[in-house]
Design a protein around this ligand. Sequence first.
Ligand code: CDP
Length: 224
Amino acid sequence: MKHNISIAIDGPAASGKSTTAREVARRLGYIYIDTGAMYRAITRAALDAGVDMNDADALERVARSSKITLEIKEGQQHTFLNGRDVSGEIRTPEIDRNITPVATHPGVRRIMVEQQRQLAQNGGVVMDGRDIGTVVLPEAELKIFMEASIEARARRRLKEQANGDPSITLENIKADLARRDHADSTRADGPLKKAPDAVVIDTSNMSIEEQVETIVQLARERQQ
Ligand code: CDP
Protein backbone atom coordinates (compact mmCIF):
# COMPACT_ATOMS: atom_id res chain seq x y z
CA MET A 1 0.00 0.00 0.00
CA LYS A 2 1.32 3.41 -0.97
CA HIS A 3 0.97 6.10 1.62
CA ASN A 4 1.40 9.85 1.40
CA ILE A 5 4.70 11.03 2.81
CA SER A 6 6.19 14.43 3.67
CA ILE A 7 9.19 15.61 1.68
CA ALA A 8 11.49 18.31 3.07
CA ILE A 9 13.86 20.10 0.68
CA ASP A 10 16.44 22.46 2.15
CA GLY A 11 19.42 24.25 0.69
CA PRO A 12 21.06 27.61 0.02
CA ALA A 13 19.59 30.40 -2.11
CA ALA A 14 18.99 29.68 -5.80
CA SER A 15 20.02 26.03 -5.53
CA GLY A 16 16.99 25.04 -7.62
CA LYS A 17 14.71 24.06 -4.76
CA SER A 18 11.49 25.80 -5.78
CA THR A 19 11.38 24.71 -9.40
CA THR A 20 12.29 21.14 -8.46
CA ALA A 21 9.93 20.96 -5.48
CA ARG A 22 6.97 22.27 -7.49
CA GLU A 23 7.47 19.68 -10.23
CA VAL A 24 8.04 16.82 -7.76
CA ALA A 25 4.76 17.76 -6.05
CA ARG A 26 2.93 17.87 -9.39
CA ARG A 27 4.15 14.39 -10.40
CA LEU A 28 3.27 12.86 -7.05
CA GLY A 29 -0.08 14.70 -6.77
CA TYR A 30 1.17 16.39 -3.59
CA ILE A 31 0.77 19.94 -2.26
CA TYR A 32 3.78 22.22 -2.74
CA ILE A 33 4.61 24.68 0.05
CA ASP A 34 7.21 27.34 -0.75
CA THR A 35 8.26 28.64 2.69
CA GLY A 36 10.66 31.17 1.11
CA ALA A 37 7.59 32.80 -0.50
CA MET A 38 6.06 33.10 2.99
CA TYR A 39 9.12 34.95 4.41
CA ARG A 40 9.21 37.05 1.23
CA ALA A 41 5.52 38.00 1.61
CA ILE A 42 6.07 39.06 5.24
CA THR A 43 9.02 41.19 4.09
CA ARG A 44 6.74 42.79 1.46
CA ALA A 45 4.12 43.50 4.14
CA ALA A 46 6.74 45.02 6.47
CA LEU A 47 8.11 47.28 3.72
CA ASP A 48 4.57 48.35 2.73
CA ALA A 49 3.81 49.21 6.36
CA GLY A 50 7.06 51.19 6.68
CA VAL A 51 8.17 49.07 9.64
CA ASP A 52 11.67 49.52 11.07
CA MET A 53 13.41 46.26 10.14
CA ASN A 54 15.18 46.20 13.52
CA ASP A 55 11.94 46.41 15.50
CA ALA A 56 11.32 42.76 16.41
CA ASP A 57 7.91 43.39 18.00
CA ALA A 58 6.63 45.32 15.00
CA LEU A 59 7.82 42.59 12.62
CA GLU A 60 6.12 39.97 14.74
CA ARG A 61 2.89 41.98 14.63
CA VAL A 62 3.14 42.17 10.84
CA ALA A 63 3.69 38.39 10.64
CA ARG A 64 0.76 37.69 12.93
CA SER A 65 -1.67 39.97 11.13
CA SER A 66 -0.73 38.94 7.57
CA LYS A 67 -2.68 36.23 5.85
CA ILE A 68 -0.53 34.37 3.35
CA THR A 69 -1.95 31.83 0.93
CA LEU A 70 -0.14 29.82 -1.73
CA GLU A 71 -1.87 28.58 -4.87
CA ILE A 72 -0.83 26.94 -8.09
CA LYS A 73 -2.69 28.36 -11.12
CA GLU A 74 -1.99 27.09 -14.63
CA GLY A 75 1.27 25.58 -13.43
CA GLN A 76 2.47 28.85 -11.88
CA GLN A 77 2.89 29.35 -8.16
CA HIS A 78 1.00 32.40 -6.80
CA THR A 79 1.49 34.00 -3.41
CA PHE A 80 -1.32 36.07 -1.89
CA LEU A 81 -0.82 38.56 0.92
CA ASN A 82 -4.14 39.53 2.56
CA GLY A 83 -5.91 38.52 -0.65
CA ARG A 84 -3.57 40.48 -2.99
CA ASP A 85 -1.46 38.56 -5.51
CA VAL A 86 2.11 39.64 -4.67
CA SER A 87 3.88 36.95 -6.74
CA GLY A 88 5.56 39.52 -9.00
CA GLU A 89 6.62 41.73 -6.09
CA ILE A 90 8.39 39.22 -3.85
CA ARG A 91 11.20 37.95 -6.10
CA THR A 92 13.02 41.24 -6.46
CA PRO A 93 16.42 42.56 -5.33
CA GLU A 94 14.58 44.87 -2.87
CA ILE A 95 13.08 41.87 -1.06
CA ASP A 96 16.39 39.97 -1.27
CA ARG A 97 18.10 42.92 0.47
CA ASN A 98 15.50 43.26 3.24
CA ILE A 99 14.53 39.67 4.01
CA THR A 100 17.42 38.80 6.34
CA PRO A 101 16.24 40.72 9.44
CA VAL A 102 12.70 39.42 8.94
CA ALA A 103 13.81 35.77 8.68
CA THR A 104 16.20 36.16 11.61
CA HIS A 105 13.64 37.23 14.26
CA PRO A 106 12.63 34.20 16.37
CA GLY A 107 9.13 35.65 16.86
CA VAL A 108 8.54 35.80 13.11
CA ARG A 109 9.98 32.30 12.62
CA ARG A 110 7.74 30.86 15.34
CA ILE A 111 4.62 32.16 13.56
CA MET A 112 5.82 30.90 10.16
CA VAL A 113 6.81 27.44 11.48
CA GLU A 114 3.41 27.02 13.14
CA GLN A 115 1.57 27.87 9.90
CA GLN A 116 3.87 25.58 7.89
CA ARG A 117 3.23 22.62 10.21
CA GLN A 118 -0.52 23.18 9.91
CA LEU A 119 -0.30 23.18 6.12
CA ALA A 120 1.60 19.87 6.25
CA GLN A 121 -0.49 18.11 8.87
CA ASN A 122 -2.15 15.64 6.49
CA GLY A 123 1.07 14.60 4.71
CA GLY A 124 1.32 14.47 0.93
CA VAL A 125 3.44 17.63 0.88
CA VAL A 126 6.67 18.85 -0.62
CA MET A 127 7.99 21.77 1.42
CA ASP A 128 11.15 23.72 0.62
CA GLY A 129 13.18 26.18 2.68
CA ARG A 130 16.15 26.28 5.05
CA ASP A 131 14.91 24.61 8.25
CA ILE A 132 12.29 22.17 6.99
CA GLY A 133 14.12 18.88 7.67
CA THR A 134 15.57 20.16 10.94
CA VAL A 135 12.81 22.27 12.58
CA VAL A 136 9.50 22.37 10.68
CA LEU A 137 9.12 18.69 9.72
CA PRO A 138 11.83 16.73 11.56
CA GLU A 139 9.73 13.57 11.06
CA ALA A 140 9.59 13.93 7.24
CA GLU A 141 10.06 10.53 5.56
CA LEU A 142 12.28 12.03 2.86
CA LYS A 143 14.75 14.88 3.39
CA ILE A 144 16.80 16.40 0.61
CA PHE A 145 19.64 18.88 0.97
CA MET A 146 20.24 20.63 -2.35
CA GLU A 147 23.58 22.23 -3.07
CA ALA A 148 25.18 23.95 -6.08
CA SER A 149 28.28 26.07 -6.63
CA ILE A 150 27.80 29.81 -6.12
CA GLU A 151 28.73 30.35 -9.81
CA ALA A 152 25.92 28.04 -11.00
CA ARG A 153 23.42 29.56 -8.57
CA ALA A 154 24.26 33.15 -9.55
CA ARG A 155 23.90 32.34 -13.25
CA ARG A 156 20.44 30.84 -12.63
CA ARG A 157 19.29 33.82 -10.59
CA LEU A 158 20.57 36.29 -13.23
CA LYS A 159 18.45 34.52 -15.84
CA GLU A 160 15.35 34.76 -13.59
CA GLN A 161 15.74 38.39 -12.47
CA ALA A 162 17.68 40.37 -15.09
CA ASN A 163 14.99 41.12 -17.73
CA GLY A 164 17.40 43.51 -19.43
CA ASP A 165 17.88 45.60 -16.27
CA PRO A 166 21.59 46.66 -16.41
CA SER A 167 21.76 47.26 -12.63
CA ILE A 168 21.33 43.51 -12.04
CA THR A 169 24.74 41.94 -12.70
CA LEU A 170 26.30 38.54 -12.01
CA GLU A 171 28.62 40.15 -9.47
CA ASN A 172 25.75 41.84 -7.57
CA ILE A 173 23.82 38.60 -7.47
CA LYS A 174 26.83 36.62 -6.27
CA ALA A 175 27.41 39.12 -3.47
CA ASP A 176 23.74 38.92 -2.39
CA LEU A 177 23.73 35.09 -2.46
CA ALA A 178 26.96 34.92 -0.42
CA ARG A 179 25.61 37.42 2.12
CA ARG A 180 22.29 35.57 2.51
CA ASP A 181 23.96 32.14 2.70
CA HIS A 182 26.15 33.43 5.51
CA ALA A 183 23.24 35.05 7.39
CA ASP A 184 21.01 31.98 6.89
CA SER A 185 23.71 29.56 8.09
CA THR A 186 24.80 31.51 11.15
CA ARG A 187 21.50 32.66 12.70
CA ALA A 188 20.68 31.11 16.07
CA ASP A 189 17.09 30.17 15.28
CA GLY A 190 16.32 27.77 12.41
CA PRO A 191 19.66 28.08 10.60
CA LEU A 192 20.29 26.56 7.19
CA LYS A 193 21.68 23.16 8.13
CA LYS A 194 21.68 19.70 6.63
CA ALA A 195 19.64 17.24 8.70
CA PRO A 196 21.78 14.19 9.57
CA ASP A 197 19.42 11.90 7.62
CA ALA A 198 19.12 14.14 4.52
CA VAL A 199 20.15 12.97 1.05
CA VAL A 200 22.58 15.50 -0.47
CA ILE A 201 22.08 16.40 -4.15
CA ASP A 202 24.61 18.68 -5.85
CA THR A 203 22.71 20.30 -8.73
CA SER A 204 25.63 22.31 -10.23
CA ASN A 205 25.71 20.09 -13.32
CA MET A 206 22.22 18.62 -13.22
CA SER A 207 19.18 19.54 -15.30
CA ILE A 208 15.84 20.23 -13.62
CA GLU A 209 14.53 16.97 -15.11
CA GLU A 210 17.39 14.99 -13.50
CA GLN A 211 16.81 16.67 -10.15
CA VAL A 212 13.09 15.98 -10.28
CA GLU A 213 13.54 12.34 -11.35
CA THR A 214 16.06 11.67 -8.57
CA ILE A 215 13.71 12.94 -5.88
CA VAL A 216 10.58 11.30 -7.34
CA GLN A 217 12.41 7.92 -7.37
CA LEU A 218 13.44 8.31 -3.73
CA ALA A 219 9.89 9.35 -2.81
CA ARG A 220 8.35 6.31 -4.54
CA GLU A 221 10.68 4.00 -2.60
CA ARG A 222 9.64 5.59 0.68
CA GLN A 223 5.92 5.62 -0.14
CA GLN A 224 5.82 1.81 0.00
O1 CDP B 1 14.73 31.64 -3.90
P1 CDP B 1 15.84 31.72 -2.90
O2 CDP B 1 16.52 30.40 -2.71
O3 CDP B 1 16.75 32.88 -3.12
O4 CDP B 1 15.21 32.09 -1.54
P2 CDP B 1 13.87 31.63 -0.86
O5 CDP B 1 13.85 30.15 -0.70
O6 CDP B 1 12.71 32.30 -1.50
O7 CDP B 1 14.12 32.27 0.59
C1 CDP B 1 14.39 33.65 0.74
C2 CDP B 1 14.94 33.90 2.13
O8 CDP B 1 13.95 33.54 3.11
C3 CDP B 1 16.18 33.08 2.53
O9 CDP B 1 17.40 33.71 2.18
C4 CDP B 1 16.03 32.96 4.03
O10 CDP B 1 16.60 34.06 4.70
C5 CDP B 1 14.54 32.99 4.26
N1 CDP B 1 13.97 31.66 4.54
C6 CDP B 1 14.09 31.17 5.82
O11 CDP B 1 14.71 31.80 6.66
N2 CDP B 1 13.54 29.97 6.16
C7 CDP B 1 12.87 29.25 5.25
N3 CDP B 1 12.31 28.11 5.61
C8 CDP B 1 12.74 29.72 3.93
C9 CDP B 1 13.32 30.93 3.59
